[in-house]
Ligand binder design. Structure first.
Ligand SMILES: [Zn+2]
Length: 592
């Protein structure tokens, strides 16, 4: 990594509070010593995602994900390790000295573009608030957009000039080539650079944690194109982001559903009217990545479509995606001719929420249209073919059978015939999904439960680590992950006089073992002081007994074969060994 000094990494890791970090993404409530919430890594209705503030770790009892604040951010936000650290540092106000970054290094480019976007966003908001922004402010005001909404979305203005942003960047000594790579500047034929966005209301496009990853610009008036977006850059892939996710995620969680609209302005206008769970795709048809992004926050999406044929076509396309992602989606059709902006402005937020509640699920909608799709057998058969293709996308066999039944009822086609067709389609596509149904994400890893118990005690009560080390029991561990990790605990404690559980646990290379340890740490109740000692020596005693039993068993077998071969010398040696083993067992240091 090399970009963040080691001591800063330590500071960030030791000061980060996992409850605070997770709370940006998951609504947590206190449950005993832990906090629980709905897991952002799998879909669930009852919380099994557990955060333990004392040990600074999380574990999901549903899907097995687990880790510390840094790994949480990496997973939930698709951040790299340094990005997660920088994000935490920013949250806690820890300054990271910037070392000059080697040019062309991807990591450097990514964070440079993020920095640059942040500066550009400030430049645009400054323009909007300044004297030159008067006309735009009037325009927005006429559309009913309040000050608070402008701030929430960090709306800005790119003045109608060729080099406004460029000059500002030049004054800040920011390399213009980077701004070109960020899609903010464009080259003229002579190679000089000019502003991409001119004479437009600017919408910063943020990721879930509020980093500006790109911009959208809308013309004021009738110029073309009406909307202009940043091009794709190292930090911006259109199909992977949703406009409004940072602002909406909290309400989406609270309300339990998201509203999906088409444009930025719809999101803003809905927010302005009090509908604060709206998202928009970024000038493209909805993608699978976007569907999965939504799924992190909710399983229920109300999709607002235009009531025209294009809108209905868009609905068909997204239905398959929602089904494949196992998302519950509702198809919301606004009254003829209305767009979301008109609708909330004339009817209000409650009316929209009511409309959403009354809207059919995609599936119901689909089945309704299917039923009305024709009276001839041929028409019904072709409708059924569409249904089969769609059903093949449904992974859950129970759900699939249920739908099959309904389709059969609607079309009058035989269930078993439909079933056979679906199976065929699934089998054809099965080549790309070799994973057996219901196979767990992480294969069960064998780890000796006695050793695991002792390692957990060491992690929970580090001041007992010297006792464990002194007992010599680690030599009696089976060779493997747990033994190595126990030795790391001993080394770390003797070096630092303390251990950082949440970070050390991440060093366990085997995922299965790591997850099991996190799970048990989250589950464990603290022991009474007197019991800690008892448990510890109990645990050591059990591992020892097991080890001795194994040694005796091995000796017994060797002895047996030596006797069979009538090898007197070997027999004698083995008997001496047995004697020594028994002596060792008798003279073990006792803890209590
Ligand atoms: Zn989970």
């Amino acid at each position: 990594m090399g970009l963040i000094p080691e001591e800063k990494v330590e500071e960030i890791k030791s000061r980060a509070d996992i409850v605070e970090v997770v709370s940006d993404f998951v609504t947590l409530r206190k449950a005993g010593r832990n906090f629980v919430g709905l897991c952002p890594f799998h879909q669930e209705k009852t919380p099994s995602f557990t955060v333990n503030p004392e040990k600074q770790i999380f574990h999901c009892f549903g899907c097995g994900e687990g880790g510390n604040a840094v790994t949480f951010l990496m997973k939930v936000n698709a951040m790299t390790y340094p990005e997660a650290l920088r994000h935490l540092a920013g949250k806690m106000g820890i300054q990271i000295p910037r070392k000059p970054q080697p040019p062309g290094e991807n990591q450097g480019v990514r964070s440079a573009i993020l920095d640059l976007n942040e500066k550009a966003a400030s430049f645009f908001t400054g323009n909007l608030q300044g004297p030159g922004g008067r006309e735009v402010r009037d325009y927005l005001e006429k559309r009913g957009i309040r000050e608070e909404t402008l701030k929430a979305f960090r709306l800005g203005f790119a003045r109608n000039e060729w080099t406004g942003l460029r000059k500002t960047l030049e004054r800040g000594n920011i390399p213009l080539a980077m701004a070109q790579q960020a899609g903010l500047l464009l080259p003229r034929e002579d190679g000089s650079l000019y502003d991409r966005f001119r004479g437009r209301v600017m919408f910063p496009i943020e990721d879930a944690s509020g980093r500006v990853i790109a911009f959208g610009g809308r013309v004021i008036g009738d110029a073309e194109p009406k909307y202009l977006n940043s091009p794709e850059t190292p930090i911006f892939v259109k199909g992977r982001n949703l406009f409004g996710i940072r602002q909406a995620k909290e309400t989406i969680r609270r309300k339990g559903y998201a509203v999906l609209v088409e444009g930025y302005f719809d999101v803003i206008s809905l927010w302005n009217a009090g509908v604060r769970n709206a998202l928009a795709s970024l000038g493209t048809a909805l993608t699978t990545d976007q569907v999965h992004l939504i799924k992190r926050y909710t399983k229920d999406v109300a999709v607002i479509f235009d009531s025209d044929p294009a809108g209905r076509k868009a609905l068909d396309r997204s239905l398959e995606m929602f089904l494949a992602a196992d998302l519950e989606a509702r198809a919301v059709f606004l009254p003829e001719g209305a767009d979301p902006d008109d609708f909330v402005r004339s009817s209000g937020a409650e009316a929209l929420e009511e409309l959403v509640q009354r809207s059919p699920t995609f599936m119901d909608y689909y089945l309704e249209t299917l039923a009305g799709s024709g009276t001839t057998i041929a028409a019904r058969r072709s409708a059924a073919q569409g249904a089969v293709a769609m059903l093949a996308k449904v992974d859950d066999p129970i759900k699939r059978n249920l739908l099959l039944k309904r389709i059969s009822e609607k079309t009058g086609l035989d269930q078993s015939v439909l079933k056979g067709q679906v199976r065929k389609v699934v089998e054809v596509e099965a080549g790309k999904v070799p994973v057996a149904e219901g196979s767990p994400k992480n294969p069960r890893t064998e780890s000796n439960p006695l050793e695991l118990d002792l390692v957990l005690l060491m992690m929970e009560y580090p001041f007992r680590i010297p006792d464990v080390a002194g007992s010599g029991v680690l030599e009696q561990f089976d060779a493997g992950t747990l033994k190595n990790f126990a030795e790391t605990l001993v080394d770390t404690f003797s070096r630092d006089g303390r251990i950082d559980v949440s970070n050390l646990a991440m060093e366990i290379p085997e995922e299965g073992v790591r997850q099991k340890i996190l799970k048990m740490l989250v589950q464990k109740q603290p022991l009474e002081e007197t019991l800690v000692e008892r448990y510890l020596w109990d645990s050591i005693g059990q591992i020892r007994r097991k080890w001795f039993r194994k040694q005796h068993e091995q000796l017994r077998r060797k002895l047996l074969s030596a006797q069979e071969r009538e090898d007197g010398a070997l027999c004698e040696a083995l008997l001496r060994e047995k004697e020594q083993l028994l002596n060792r067992e008798r003279n073990l240091p006792k803890g209590i």
